[in-house]
Design a protein around this ligand. Structure first.
Ligand SMILES: O=c1nc2n(C[C@H](O)[C@H](O)[C@H](O)CO)c3cc(O)ccc3cc-2c(=O)[nH]1
Ligand SMILES: C[C@H]1O[C@@H](n2cnc3c(N)ncnc32)[C@H](O)[C@@H]1O
Ligand code: SF4
Length: 317
C-alpha cells in the first residue's frame, strides 16, 4: 500500500497587492494604486537567490486590477513577463491572479505549466456578506473560469474556502460543480480544502474554521470527486499533528506549495520541513516532492514548456 503525500517546493511572487475587490476575510490586499508593482529586476533578484534553495514552482499570486481599468493590460503584461522570467531561470510557473478574460487566460497558458482559481463557495448569499464588495467572487463568473480552463486545456487547481458563512450543503453543491466540469474536460488536477484562518489585516471578525471538521469535509470531497483529482490541504493551517494525520486518513494526499512565506496567510508559518517529515513518518507516511503539473497533462503544454518540465522529470520525477 502506498502511503505517499506530495508537496511542491514553492516560492510566491506577488505582482501587486492592490485589489479592487474587498473580500472581508482578506489579509493580503491594499487599496488600488497603493501597492507598487513588482518590477522585473526585483523579481530577478529574488529568483536568483532561490536557485540554490531547492525551489521548483513559482506561484504567481496577485491582487486584481479591474477588468475595465486602463491599467489592466499593463497588469496582465507584468504577470506574463514574471512568468517568462521564472521560466528563463529554470522554474515552473503556476498563476492564480483571479478571473481572466478568455484571451488573457489563453495568453497566460503560454507561460504556465498549470493555473489556479479557488471556486471558494457557490452559495449566492455570500454576495451579501463576505463578498458584498467583491465582484470577482460572483459564483457564475468563477464557474466560467473553470470551463474556459478546460476548453483551453490548462491543467487546473481549484478549491473551497471553508468557514466563510456557508453550510454543509453548500460544500456538496460546490464539489459537485467541480466534478461536473471536470467530467467534461478532465483538467482539474487538485482541489484545495482551505480553512478560513483569521489574520491581522482582515475586516471580518469571523472565526477560524474548526480544524477538527477537516476530516469530515475531506471524506465528503473524496466521495464526490473522481479518484484522479488529488485533495490538497495546507499544513500551516492544519498544523495540529493528530488532525493533519486524520486528514490524510480521510483522503487528503497533497500539502500544496510549501515555501518561506504563505503570502495569503502570513500569520501562519509552515512547520519546519524536518518536523513535518517526522510527524508523517511516525504514522507511516512518506513526504515526496512533486511538480506543479501532473504527468498526465504534460502533453497539453506548449512545446517549450514540455521541454522545461521534462528536464525536471528526468532528473528526479
Ligand atoms: O497554487 C496555489 N497555491 C495556493 N496557496 C499557496 C500555497 O499552496 C502555499 O501555502 C504558500 O504560498 C507557499 O509559499 C494558498 C495559500 C493560502 O494560505 C490560501 C490560499 C491559497 C490558494 C492557492 C492556490 O489557489 N493555488
Ligand atoms: C488565494 C486564495 O486564498 C484564499 N484566502 C483569502 N483569504 C484567506 C484567509 N483569511 N484564510 C484562508 N484562505 C484565504 C482565497 O480563496 C483566495 O482565492
Ligand atoms: S482574496 Fe483575492 S480578490 Fe479578495 S480582496 Fe484579497 S486579493 Fe482581492
Amino acid at each position: 500500500m502506498s502511503r505517499t503525500v506530495t508537496y511542491s517546493p514553492a516560492y510566491t511572487l506577488v505582482p501587486t497587492y492592490e485589489c479592487f475587490n474587498r473580500c472581508t476575510y482578506c489579509n493580503f490586499r491594499t487599496e488600488p494604486l497603493q501597492s507598487p508593482w513588482l518590477t522585473l529586476p526585483e523579481a530577478e533578484k529574488q529568483l536568483n537567490f532561490l536557485q540554490t534553495q531547492g525551489v521548483i514552482e513559482i506561484l504567481i499570486l496577485s491582487g486584481e486590477v479591474h477588468p475595465q481599468s486602463k491599467r489592466r493590460k499593463a497588469w496582465l503584461q507584468r504577470i506574463y513577463d514574471l512568468c517568462e522570467l521564472a521560466l528563463a531561470l529554470g522554474f515552473l510557473p503556476h498563476t492564480n491572479v483571479g478571473p481572466l478574460s478568455f484571451q488573457e487566460m489563453a495568453q497566460l497558458k503560454e507561460v504556465n505549466v498549470s493555473m489556479g482559481l479557488m471556486l471558494e463557495q457557490l452559495a449566492p448569499d455570500l454576495l451579501q456578506t463576505v463578498h458584498r464588495h467583491a465582484p470577482s467572487k460572483v459564483p457564475a463568473l468563477r464557474l466560467q473560469q473553470l470551463e474556459w480552463a478546460g476548453e483551453l486545456k490548462i491543467p487546473f487547481t481549484t478549491g473551497l474556502l471553508l468557514g466563510i458563512g456557508e453550510n454543509e450543503g453548500d460544500w456538496v453543491e460546490t464539489l459537485e460543480a467541480i466534478a461536473r466540469i471536470h467530467s467534461r474536460y478532465n483538467h482539474i488536477q487538485e482541489v484545495i480544502l482551505q480553512p478560513h484562518s483569521p489574520g491581522n489585516q482582515q475586516s471580518w471578525d469571523g472565526e477560524v474554521f474548526d480544524a477538527t471538521k477537516m476530516p469530515e469535509v475531506i471524506a465528503i470531497a473524496r466521495s464526490i470527486l473522481p479518484d484522479e483529482i488529488r485533495l490538497q490541504i495546507p499544513p500551516n493551517l492544519v498544523a495540529q499533528p493528530d488532525i493533519l494525520l486524520a486528514c490524510l486518513e480521510a483522503g487528503a494526499r497533497d500539502l500544496g506549495g510549501i515555501g518561506p512565506l504563505d503570502e495569503v496567510n502570513p500569520d501562519y508559518p509552515h512547520l519546519q520541513h524536518q518536523t513535518l517529515t517526522e510527524i508523517l513518518a511516525a504514522a507511516g507516511w512518506q513526504l515526496v516532492q512533486r511538480l506543479p503539473v501532473y504527468p498526465q497533462y504534460d502533453k497539453w503544454l506548449p512545446q517549450t514548456l514540455q521541454t522545461a518540465v521534462k528536464n525536471w522529470r528526468v532528473n528526479r520525477f
